[in-house]
Design a protein around this ligand. Structure first.
Ligand code: SAM
Length: 298
């Protein structure tokens, strides 16, 4: 619950849905009522003063802008999907990153949005409908059960894996009022709790599974957790597998100073955000595999 006596201090971020509206038109529309500027790191993201409430704004209601935090928007940005690619959003509801991927791909190619929880599929469908994206296919199922060699998946170029996590990095003042149940009971999520151990076991399995898709060139693993057990430790546990499959850790947002905890060689490639950055606590790892097409020809 938001503490009514506390004043919000973090900027508010909204992402312009470029499938419906261009960024400059959004600025012109919002600038009539609010001080608004472009974010300097994430394309299509706008920064508004702390406490700005846009829930009932017509641009939000008609899907031209989405209330999405900066740290969350950084995950799909880090994946850098190309137009025309086939991209799998492995754990996708309520779909904020799904539709951001669809927009980054300019409505071309295909975003396959997988979601296990039937109730949350409805949120996902509603997000996709509101965004106007026509290149999203929703799959109700378990990501771990997807056969990477199956005809639908053997040509997937990139995977965004934003699995269930403790939510320990999310602030109670966030605009997202659709907090899922696993975040609502986060008071039981301490770094060493049984729940976090179970989540980390799932996260490790899911990340290893994502790396096993034969045509995948880029995998982003992200959480809204601040715990090392769900972040650096998960990444570190799949490094031997990743390297045997030709993946390396890459450094998205190279200018960003807050990197992974220094618990293994290469953790400086990881991205962390936290309250001190005026954002929720968030974690991003990017795995990249060089393909024949990327290699310079003689
Ligand atoms: N990426 C989403 C967004 O930005 O809107 C948020 C994803 S949320 C952190 C994790 C989601 O993964 C939940 O909706 C949860 O139901 C779903 N999930 C958990 N286990 C899954 C599995 N095995 N397969 C597919 N989805 C799963």
């Amino acid at each position: 619950q938001t503490n009514p006596t506390s004043r919000p201090t973090k900027p508010r971020y909204v992402r312009v849905n470029t499938l419906k509206l261009d960024v400059d038109s959004a600025i012109v529309a919002l600038d009539k009522e609010y001080a608004v500027k472009k974010d300097d790191m994430v394309p299509d993201l706008l920064v508004l003063p702390p406490g700005t409430d846009l829930h009932d704004h017509p641009l939000v209601k008609n899907g031209s802008v989405f209330l999405q935090g900066k740290s969350s928007s950084m995950a799909a940005t880090a994946l850098m999907p190309k137009s025309g690619w086939k991209v799998l959003d492995a754990c996708s509801a309520p779909g904020n990153k799904t539709i951001q991927l669809a927009a980054l791909m300019r409505g071309t190619g295909e975003v396959i949005a997988c979601e296990l929880n039937e109730g949350r599929i409805r949120n996902l469908e509603s997000t996709v409908r509101r965004s106007g994206a026509t290149n999203v296919d929703i799959i109700h199922g378990d990501f771990l059960e997807i056969n990477p060699m199956g005809p639908l998946f053997s040509e997937v170029n990139a995977i965004l894996l934003d699995p269930s996590c403790s939510g320990s990095g999310t602030s109670t003042e966030r605009l997202d009022h659709l907090l899922p149940s696993y975040i609502r009971d986060r008071e039981v999520a301490t770094a060493s709790s049984e729940r976090v151990k179970k989540l980390a076991a799932f996260q490790r399995k899911a990340l290893a599974h994502a790396l096993s898709f034969p045509a995948v060139e880029r995998v982003v693993y992200s959480t809204c957790s601040i715990f090392q057990a769900e972040n650096e430790d998960v990444v570190c546990s799949v490094l031997p597998l990743a390297s045997s499959l030709g993946f390396r850790l890459a450094a998205p947002f190279p200018e960003w100073p807050r990197r992974g905890f220094p618990v293994f060689d290469g953790s400086e490639h990881l991205v962390r955000t936290d309250e001190g950055d005026g954002m929720d606590g968030f974690f991003i790892a990017l795995f990249v595999r060089e393909t024949d097409a990327d290699r310079p020809t003689e």
